[in-house]
Design a protein. Structure first.
Length: 754
């Protein structure tokens, strides 16, 4: 039985209804999609810094800290009312089961005095103002850690064990601050700092960003397709395909148990825009064929369109998926998940493109109003001349040497975001938010409590602290000297390290006596063979963290004999440094693998190795141009922004493939493909440009780099594949001169049904 157009429409309607019900059932799981931002997901499971952090937690407790800044608007911490209000605030906080121990607090530490009575040699006094001022000036926990430089801030530190625990503490802090404000309206300001605080806020910002950018992406695509084709059917088809692709991709992501993260949050926008690139060629080719052969049936024209475009559209989807799948060559779980989900999304979009789109073109009337044929302005000959591309390369590519590797989680917020404002304030008021943990394990039978080992530790600490990037430090020698001062005369200077083992044991014993063993355990394990040094770092950028790490390694070599100690380095500053090195290195592997696999697949599938090699060369050339431009503009490569390279490989190859493997024909056919590529670049770039509107500066920069790579890839592909025709058609010739209708300005009549 022959399937007529009318019956085809009925079948299409029934299939769409069934598909919509199936889509609703599949997307039911989107409600279970969670948001999680974790920097550990960017490091491989066997990363040395993660092993160091784990060892530090096992030996000394939590390696994370949560800092609460209690700032008086007018009162200083030396004011008795300030301390009373702070005590009230702390009383409210202790109701949280996640707050187990207050750390490094000089404003409430009792005053020891052995002169009161011989029966109680360590009689405890409430701290008074002279003692607090002296303690902040003499001890290692100086004013920058316990009290702010302005004299109006007290810093309270807690172990930060988990993101959920930190969120609970944040809620408790807000409640306690509200109760205090009801008693002292406007007298105090409370801020909370810590890695988990930043990451929790980033998760919310990413979700808000996604809700705002995705509708803009749909709107831009709809307007561009309407302006190009003037058909509500085609616009509706594009929006339907994009919506289905995004919904199914998010449903699959939820089913696989992967939450929205810094990387996966941009997937909906990416696949929305990249997924409709094929439709530009489908629609334009179909309308061109219908204009040239008005008496052929719509199904025949749709089949001819699919026949011509199936290989290039399949090839560009395959190479783009390869670009995403190449993220699996990295060791970062976050990038692996990103590549997997993005690849699945593009595969879904391709399936819709080669099934639903030709079907709709075959059975649904496509009525496009006739438009006045206009003369297309000739592009300058020099613009497509290889010499111009060579000169442009000589000007831009040297900028690669100016590229900087830099990143930090606070850079994922706009400069006016409260998180950024709080961190900038904290950096001025205190020693900084980021820390580097150094764990040293003795390889012989000695212990760190031996006086000679303590002297070596103190020398190591001085060596590292001499670097300007290190703003503060704490160690086992600090605990011993501080306790010796606390048990002595308050007016005396800070005493030296004890020279006898018995004195060391006595001082450490007081931490257990006063139920403060937690402090000692932060720097010394129970066997006394492992110790920890904490260094505050001015910033978490790559350059600062690298210089501090160099200082640590150099100081260890100077202080200890080879093989005497085993060192491990952890902490948020070291994680940031290792993360950047991991991402940049992994991106290099991903890009090379993507280019290599794409070359093999294209060459094998097309049996035209030369054209495949030229596609790869055009794409690699374009990426070098973008990297050079980024260097001259002073853009910094980081965790997310560096991923544009692998994305640029997958997406940028599309243009070379269309130029290389389009339907062979006249010079007019070549120019038609060039203009379709130009339209593709324009629409995809316009759709992805919404990323530059992101509240997240990192995603905004990533959007700029991706758009730049698309424009550069389209340009290099056109130049390289126009070499063969340059003498015959040196530039994009007007539709009138080629004696053929302009492919994007076709006069069409009503749809012809068979």
């Amino acid at each position: 039985m022959r399937l007529t157009v009318r019956k085809g429409r009925y079948c299409l309607s029934a299939a769409l209804c069934v598909g919509l019900f199936g889509l609703l059932a599949a997307t039911h799981s989107i409600r279970d999609l969670r948001i999680r931002v974790n920097d550990l997901d960017f490091l491989s499971a066997n990363s040395p810094v993660l092993a160091a952090d784990q060892a530090i937690r096992e030996h000394f407790g939590s390696d994370e800290r949560l800092i609460i800044a209690f700032e008086g608007i007018e009162r200083q911490w030396s004011d008795p009312e300030f301390r009373q209000d702070l005590a009230f605030f702390l009383k409210q906080l202790t109701r949280s089961h996640n707050i187990s121990q207050l750390l490094l607090d000089r404003l409430f530490r009792p005053h020891f005095d052995a002169r009161d009575t011989t029966s109680e040699p360590y009689f405890l006094h409430p701290p008074d103002r002279p003692w607090i001022e002296r303690a902040l000036a003499v001890t290692a926990v100086r004013g920058q850690l316990a009290a702010g430089r302005s004299g109006r801030t007290a810093f309270l530190e807690f172990p930060a064990l988990s993101a959920s625990g930190v969120a609970s503490i944040e809620q408790r802090v807000r409640e306690a601050a509200a109760r205090l404000d009801s008693q002292r309206p406007g007298a105090y300001r409370v801020r909370v700092f810590g890695r988990h605080v930043v990451l929790n806020s980033l998760g919310k910002a990413i979700f808000d960003d996604l809700k705002r950018l995705l509708p803009w992406s749909f709107l831009i695509i709809a307007l561009l397709f309407w302006g190009m084709f003037r058909s509500w059917v085609l616009v509706g088809l594009i929006l339907f395909q994009s919506g289905v692709t995004v919904a199914l991709t998010l449903a699959i992501q939820a089913r696989l148990g992967h939450p929205l993260s810094l990387m996966t949050a941009i997937i909906p926008v990416l696949i929305t825009v990249l997924g409709i690139a094929d439709e530009i060629h489908f629609f334009d080719t179909f309308l061109t064929l219908r204009s040239e052969e008005p008496f052929r049936s719509a199904p025949a024209l749709a089949w001819e369109t699919l026949r011509r475009l199936f290989f290039p559209c399949t090839a560009i989807t395959l190479t783009t998926v390869i670009g995403f799948v190449s993220f699996w060559a990295t060791e970062a779980p976050a990038l692996q998940v990103f590549g997997l989900i993005a690849g699945i999304g593009l595969a879904v979009s391709w399936l819709i493109s080669v099934t639903l789109v030709p079907t709709v073109l075959a059975v649904v009337p496509i009525r496009v109003r006739p438009r006045r044929r206009s003369r297309t302005r000739r592009l300058p000959t020099w613009f497509l001349h290889p010499a111009f591309l060579a000169i442009l390369s000589l000007a831009l590519i040297p900028g690669i040497v100016r590229l900087h590797i830099n990143d930090g989680w606070t850079r994922n917020f706009r400069p006016t975001h409260p998180i950024v404002q709080d961190v900038r304030w904290f950096e001025k008021e205190s020693v900084g938010l980021y820390q580097l943990d150094l764990m040293l394990v003795l390889k012989d039978e000695h212990r760190w409590t031996e006086p000679t080992k303590l002297v070596a530790l103190a020398r190591l600490q001085r060596e590292i602290s001499a670097f300007p990037e290190v703003t503060a430090s704490l160690s086992l020698p600090d605990l011993l000297r501080d306790r010796a001062w606390e048990l002595g005369e308050p007016a005396a200077p800070r005493p030296p390290l004890p020279s006898k083992q018995s004195e060391v044991d006595r001082l450490l014993g007081t931490y257990a006596l006063f139920n403060e063993e937690t402090f000692a355990r932060m720097f010394l394990d129970r066997s006394a063979t492992a110790t920890r040094l904490i260094f505050a770092v001015a910033s978490d950028d790559y350059r600062t963290a690298t210089r501090v790490r160099y200082a640590v390694d150099s100081a260890i070599q100077k202080t200890f004999r080879q093989g005497e100690v085993e060192s491990r380095v952890g902490g948020s500053a070291e994680r940031g440094r290792a993360l950047i090195e991991s991402i940049v290195g992994n991106q290099g592997i991903s890009v090379l693998l993507s280019l290599g696999v794409s070359l093999i697949v294209l060459g094998f599938a097309s049996s035209q190795g030369g054209k495949a090699l030229r596609c790869i060369a055009a794409n690699a050339w374009a990426l070098l141009l973008v990297l050079g431009t980024a260097g001259w503009l002073g853009l910094e490569m980081g965790v997310a922004s560096s991923s544009f390279l692998a994305l640029g490989v997958g997406v940028g190859l599309d243009y070379g493939i269309h130029m290389a493997f389009h339907h062979e024909g006249t010079a007019a056919d070549h120019d038609s493909v060039v203009q379709r590529v130009a339209a593709n670049v324009f629409i995809v770039s316009a759709g992805l440009s919404v990323m530059m509107l992101s509240e997240n500066p990192t995603i905004a920069q990533l959007g700029f780099l991706i758009v730049g790579s698309l424009v550069a890839s389209g340009y290099t592909a056109v130049v390289i594949f126009s070499l063969d025709r340059r003498e015959k058609a040196p530039s994009i010739t007007s539709a009138e001169e080629m004696n053929t209708p302009h492919p994007l300005q076709i006069e069409v009549t009503a749809h012809q049904n068979p």
